[in-house]
Design a protein around this ligand. Structure first.
Ligand code: AMP
Length: 553
């Protein structure tokens, strides 16, 4: 018997899953709700609805048609939120440009995505000026400005954002189209090769919004609900700020966009606006907690999701002592991004704080609709015993279906019908994933896998250590050996040296928490640790630098 498709009477509305459907109700139901942009602007959801119409109408006036790509270079702002809606809602594609890439890489992404219109913050004009002769497709530049002054620039500026909106129609009629229409695109910032473009459809973004919403809509620990105040601290150019602005808007909560990230400013915004829900990478939280102003702010109502890199237990502990509800999440550019959240299950609420901390620092449970597996090379499932590592592969309705104009890498990403994350992890009996390494960063010493993340966690527990990264370096006898780079806390630098750190790790070997092969051959004390454009440890660069150092003796 073959499956039967549903019948649809000619007048029935099929309801494509379009981003415009996320916006209607919150604007209607919470018109007075606030959206704040740092010290620059306060507006309401009613304003958001009208300005989204005005923006689309203005862009249409500049010639933007369905299928065209509109690029944005801005700090996190109310404008960026408007672009998140207006551009896809008119059937165009939003390219969120990573402003931390090098000018050459930015040039590559603008040309590769075929951006027709560029909305650019005054602060980033120098980047564009440096590459302007080689930008191919851009027809118009629209200025995003917080200074109130017209800049002197050699670039041909078509108009500024506020003038464009002032002349636009707040009731712009947004059409229906296929839910599989491309809505957004942006580029992954791998440490090798050219940036790779990923892309997401309306359907994918709507389903991601509801997948994340359903996981967060719960009482108590790890929740996000109507009474929260949302402050993103993950750039909007990076995987749509993890897609949470769409979630926040759907909920109709107050939203606070912080502009450029300055730790003192962020703390001030948390206090002044009453922010209760944020997400960021570990480095940013580290900076906030190290700020001299942190003691002036009550963080006990703050919930923070940490992702982009593993959440170190030392950092989680520090956050917990301030009453922060901290927990990890996991995903990647290719996955829209959220795949897992490290929320506590109800029965874990009775556990000791120490056991709970361990769960909060895991990589998390797959959220609804995500099928997440840990597999061997032949795609066979590995046991869920918390200690059988393999590659994490996934299926979900919101994964990029390929890389932009790159068929062979796309097939490689999706080999066997699962998206290959390139991450190594293990699933425990409760179903929680713990990522232990990147496939390309994994250290194999004497035939054994050594987790650089676990080693980093142990080193970070030393009271004198501010930052660390562990890399694998070639070794004639063992294949590879670990080397640790360590930045010391300035006030502890005189009391901590390489021998002290190695002794620190030996204590974990004695307790059976680290194999004796896990003690790095060298612990290098350094001033800084190289990071990628989104603040992650750049292990490729570290390995290259270490190799050069060895060659130079
Ligand atoms: P990106 O595409 O730049 O967002 O980077 C995604 C990568 O960051 C993942 O493939 C992981 O290697 C890493 N990552 C993200 N979240 C976590 C996490 N909670 N724990 C460990 N690694 C993570």
């Amino acid at each position: 018997m073959s499956a039967k498709l549903i019948d649809r009477t000619p007048s029935a509305y099929g309801y494509p899953l379009l981003i415009k459907h996320l916006l209607g109700n919150p604007v209607r139901h919470f018109p007075q709700q606030e959206i704040v942009y740092g010290d620059f602007k306060r507006q309401s959801y009613r304003d958001l609805g009208e300005r989204v119409g005005r923006l689309a109408s203005g862009l249409a006036g500049l010639g933007v048609k369905p299928g065209d790509t509109v690029a944005v270079m801005d700090w996190d702002s109310h404008r960026y939120l408007e672009c998140f809606f207006a551009v896809p809602m008119m059937g165009a594609v939003l390219h969120t440009v990573n402003i931390r890439l090098s000018p050459e890489q930015i040039l590559y992404t603008i040309n590769h995505a075929e951006d027709g219109i560029l909305l650019v913050n005054t602060e980033f004009l120098p980047i564009l000026e440096a590459i302007r002769d080689r930008i191919e497709p851009v027809k118009h530049i629209v200025l995003l400005d917080d200074t109130g002054q017209r800049p002197t620039t050699a670039l041909d500026i078509a108009t500024d954002y506020e003038s464009l909106l002032a002349a636009g129609d707040p009731a712009y009629p947004f059409p229906d189209f296929s839910e599989d229409t491309r809505a957004t695109t942006f580029y992954t910032t791998g440490t090798t090769g050219l940036p790779k473009g990923v892309y997401f459809s309306h359907r994918q973004l709507v389903l991601h919004t509801f997948g994340v919403l359903s996981a967060l809509a719960r009482p108590g620990q790890g929740s996000f609900h109507r009474d929260d105040v949302y402050l993103p601290i993950t750039p909007m150019f990076h995987v749509h700020a993890w897609g949470v602005p769409y979630v926040a808007t759907t909920l109709g909560v107050k939203q606070v966009y912080p502009g450029r990230y300055v730790p003192e400013k962020l703390l001030e915004l948390i206090a002044r606006e009453g922010a209760t829900f944020s997400h960021c990478v570990p480095t940013i939280l580290q900076m906030l907690l190290a700020s001299p102003y942190v003691d002036q702010v009550d963080l006990s109502r703050w919930k923070v999701i940490i992702g982009g890199a593993a959440l170190p237990q030392a950092l989680a502990n520090q956050a917990r002592t301030r009453g922060i509800d901290i927990f990890a999440a996991y995903g990647m550019s290719e996955t829209c991004p959220i795949l897992t959240l490290a929320q506590l299950k109800p029965h874990m609420m009775a556990w000791s704080e120490e056991r709970q901390l361990e769960i909060r620092c895991k990589t998390g449970l797959a959220i609804p609709l995500v099928e997440l597996r840990v597999v061997d090379q032949d795609l066979n499932d590995l046991p869920h015993d918390g200690k059988s590592p393999g590659e994490v592969v996934v299926r979900a309705p919101w994964l990029t279906q390929g890389y932009l104009k790159d068929p062979s890498t796309s097939e490689q990403l999706w080999r066997g019908g699962y998206l290959h994350t390139g991450d190594i992890g293990a699933i425990d009996q409760e179903g929680y994933l713990k990522i232990t390494d990147r496939l390309k960063d994994v250290i194999k010493t004497g035939g054994e896998w050594l987790s650089s993340l676990e080693l980093e966690d142990l080193i970070l527990k030393h009271p004198g250590v501010a930052e660390t990264a562990v890399i694998g370096v070639p070794d004639a006898k063992w294949g590879e050996r670990p080397v640790a780079l360590v930045v010391l806390k300035p006030d502890r630098a005189s009391q901590t040296d390489e021998a002290a750190l190695r002794d620190w790790l030996k204590a974990f070997v004695d307790k059976g928490l680290l194999s004796k092969w896990g003690i790095p051959d060298r612990v290098l004390l350094v001033d800084t640790i190289p990071k990628t454009s989104v603040g992650k440890l750049d292990k490729k660069l570290m390995r290259d630098q270490y190799q050069k150092m060895i060659q130079q003796g």
